[in-house]
Ligand binder design. Sequence first.
Ligand code: SF4
Length: 182
Amino acid sequence: MQRLKRFLIRSLRFLVQIVFSILIGLGKWLGLSEEELIGRHIRINNYLVKHEPWPAGSNGLFLLAPSCLQNKDCTAKITNDIQECRRCGRCNVKDLLEMAETRQLPLMVVTGGTVARERVKENNYGGVIAIACERELETGIRDAFPLPVIAIINERPEGPCVNTRIDMKKVEEGVNELLEGA
Ligand code: SF4
């Protein structure tokens, strides 16, 4: 029964991806905002992923965050080793690190989508919580398929790619919901 449910939800996710690829492609001619379309795709994807049972034998949940979350003046080499973070609290890396430790989840801060996708493929994770901007998340959801990805859009109070922020409540919710489906 679980296998059938997983198959049906995955098929639906795939179908949704195709529909949104077409819509995003046609968006400029139809006058639709790409960011808005991606936002809708992410919401539907997350809804479906939360209801999808994980495959047996997978390696739990993985947390992925972008390096732009790190305070721009911080010199800690957290993309090499997250434990380099001194937990000063100037950015959300401290919060993510503490949550990952409490929940015993692997956390990685990556410089770009390619590195993130490679890391996910190298390991047999059951699901991913990915934090990034809309475009990176849209690409990540497609590239990681059929892996379930809960996508969380970052906040960009200072513009793209610098001192970005994340609502930790959303991350907690994502972790809880994904683990419920495990
Ligand atoms: S919380 Fe960690 S990553 Fe963020 S500024 Fe402080 S030391 Fe750097």
